[in-house]
Ligand binder design. Structure first.
Ligand code: SF4
Ligand code: F3S
Length: 117
């Protein structure tokens, strides 16, 4: 089992989830985070931290969101690890209720490192 970040995170990226992870298995893309399924120890601590309920246990994923299991596994090795909460996007709140953000709004590029910003 693992825990999975879904498309609800896209363009919201609140990052409250990363501070509680005991194994530092969150990875940062340009506009969302993912969890590395190889590293996640299924503690569940991150789930209540997300203010918009973007994180699910693999077994609790609604059918429409199961594709994010593979997406988390593919992106985690390509993105930098994130262990500290940063500043969420200024317009995060307006994206909270937008449905099915993946097709039009997912950015597959890794987050910029501090040297690049
Ligand atoms: Fe980290 Fe636990 Fe969340 Fe897995 S379930 S990502 S180990 S906080
Ligand atoms: Fe995303 Fe929620 Fe974490 S919006 S960055 S999964 S706190």
């Amino acid at each position: 089992m693992t825990y999975v970040v879904t498309d609800r995170c896209i363009k919201c990226k609140y990052m409250d989830c990363v501070e509680v992870c005991p194994v530092d298995c969150f990875y940062e893309g340009a506009n969302m985070l993912v969890i590395d399924p190889e590293e996640c120890i299924d503690c569940g601590l991150c789930v209540p931290e997300c203010p918009i309920d973007a994180i699910f246990a693999e077994d609790d994923l609604p059918d429409a969101l199961t594709k994010f299991m593979a997406m988390n596994a593919e992106c985690a090795p390509r993105w930098p690890v994130i262990t500290r909460k940063g500043v969420p996007p200024a317009d995060a709140a307006q994206w909270e209720e937008v449905a099915d953000k993946y097709p039009a709004h997912f950015d597959p590029s890794p987050a910029k490192t501090e040297e690049e910003t």
